[in-house]
Write a protein that binds this ligand. Structure first.
Ligand code: HEC
Length: 476
């Protein structure tokens, strides 16, 4: 398949280039054929290139260089430096200048466009940059229904530090509900196809939503939970971001990427994102230690790791599971991780990181093999684990997954405190409030259930978004 498509592309360039009515070209660029150029469709030929290579950075509220490439109209308008091209004159344009040459400036930090793609863009401009798109062809694909046909799964949940608000990640929107049930929930839209994480900051002043669009961009949005206003938004990388964690000082979030990196994204939109490559596969969850000095990470490479926030350096791979690690969390004494293998382990930092300095020039290469001394196993779970939550006071830990129960443990002695059963499975998300007296779970069926701990008494059921038919709630 791939061979054929490359062949087809080069054929296309050939048709485009080798012809009679040649138009003079800029330095090093092949001449274009006007007849072939006239056949180029914005919708079929140009937009797929823009969408794949440019749109992730040049769209939405944080469009780079002030350039929004959502449509032909916005492309004609151009960015901070003015027009990007004039129809009919591809080779005098900023656009072609940016994507050609020995080291093309665009797409930034990515491989240059192939000559075939460059010539499609040039040919389209040459032929007058005509717009044959229909409404909806090129607009962001993220559409948030007023009323859902089927309730979206609840991928992540968070209870505000004062216990009054409950935030849920529902596909592309964050829904902030009042725990008392009154007034109506507040729906906060994002430009993510899918949100993977929501969390209130420890000071309660911010709410973060993390997610993105596959093969396009990761997105992090900070909201003010008091009025629902957007505080800052930014795009990070070129793929959906996974779960993360708010820094204890409320100034940044750390989140996992499909590139094996952990990204520390500051709330301040002018401060730089820091990214460290730690895993050899997707980083599915990240948690800060309560002092904000270390990050614990778990990934699809089955590893649980600890790194320094200051240096970004790996301190130690504290565990290798036989299956992927989907959830991690931390108290001052222990890192916790779990995943598909169903085992739940605590790792005692004091022993696991002995001889390893957290900041400065740590000697990470020192051989340590005290695994049996620092690993403190908890109960094996009945199925694949999907989420772990620690209460704000770090005294309790709750765990949930592809099975119809949630278990809660004391983090100090790792004894089970309560088991809440008969919950519709799978459970995608779990959260605890500050003192561990309330627990909320989010299920695949789209419901949010609130419980009292340790009694296990169910207090409430929330349906965060309006759903057309009640059947939808129970849909698989
Ligand atoms: C990874 C992000 C990223 C991608 C992908 C990307 N750009 Fe950019 N682009 C930027 C940034 C950032 C700027 C702002 C100027 C700078 O810092 O170089 C910019 C600026 C520009 C400008 C100048 C805007 C102005 O008016 O000043 C043009 C034109 C441009 N990009 C075209 C493209 C095209 C065409 C593509 C796709 C082939 C593309 N970019 C892909 C990040 C990106």
């Amino acid at each position: 398949m791939r061979r054929i498509s490359v062949f087809q592309k080069s054929l296309f360039v050939l048709i485009l280039v080798a012809s009679s009515t040649k138009v003079s070209a800029a330095d090093g660029l092949p001449a274009l054929d006007k007849t072939a150029a006239n056949k180029i469709s914005f919708r079929k030929d140009v937009w797929p290139i823009v969408k794949r290579h440019c749109w992730g950075c040049h769209s939405g509220m944080d469009a780079k260089g002030g350039l929004n490439m959502d449509s032909v109209t916005t492309m004609l308008k151009g960015g901070d430096s003015g027009g990007m091209f004039e129809p009919g004159k591809p080779d005098d344009s900023l656009l072609v200048e940016m994507i050609t040459g020995d080291e093309p400036a665009m797409p930034q930090k990515q491989p240059p466009l192939s000559m075939a793609k460059i010539n499609i863009l040039r040919g389209w401009i040459l032929a007058g940059a005509k717009d044959d798109s229909k409404p909806g062809d090129t607009q962001p694909t993220v559409k948030i229904p007023r009323t859902y046909k089927f309730a979206p799964a609840i991928n992540s949940l968070s209870i505000s530090p004062d216990g009054k608000l409950l935030a849920a990640a529902c596909r592309s929107e964050v829904v902030v509900m009042n725990v008392d049930g009154d007034p109506a929930p507040r729906r906060l839209p994002t430009e993510c196809d899918l949100l993977t994480h929501v969390e209130f900051s420890a000071d309660g002043k911010l709410l973060v939503a993390i997610g993105g669009s596959p093969s396009r961009y990761g997105e992090v949005r900070f909201f003010n939970p008091a009025d629902g206003k957007l505080v800052a938004a930014r795009r990070v990388g070129h793929d959906t971001l996974f779960r993360g964690s708010f820094a204890p000082d409320s100034k940044a979030v750390a989140t996992g990427g499909s590139d094996g990196a952990v990204h520390i994204v500051p709330v301040d939109p002018k401060a730089k994102v820091r990214s460290f490559s730690l895993h050899s596969d997707w980083v599915l969850d990240v948690a800060y230690t309560p002092d904000g000095k270390m990050l614990i990470t778990g990934g699809r490479d089955n590893a649980t790791k600890v790194c320094s926030v200051e240096t970004g350096r790996l301190l130690r791979t504290i565990d290798m599971s036989s299956e992927r690690i989907t959830a991690v969390d931390s108290t001052a004494e222990f890192a916790f991780s779990s995943g598909k293998a169903r085992t739940l382990n605590g790792f005692e930092y004091k022993i696991a990181l002995q001889g390893i300095e957290v900041t400065g020039s740590g000697n990470g290469s020192r051989p340590v093999s005290r695994r049996n001394q620092y690993v403190k196993g908890l109960e094996t779970q009945p199925g694949e684990v999907l989420d772990i939550a620690v209460s704000g006071d770090r005294k309790l830990l709750a765990i949930a997954g592809a099975f119809g129960e949630v278990r809660v443990y004391n983090t100090a002695d790792r004894k089970r405190v309560t088991l809440i059963g008969k919950i519709p499975a799978p459970i995608y998300s779990v959260t605890l409030n500050t003192d561990g007296s309330r627990l909320a779970i989010g299920s695949k069926s789209g419901q949010v259930l609130l419980y009292e701990v340790p009694s296990g008494k169910q207090l409430k059921t929330f349906a965060p978004v309006p759903v057309a038919s009640q059947d939808g709630v129970a849909a698989k």
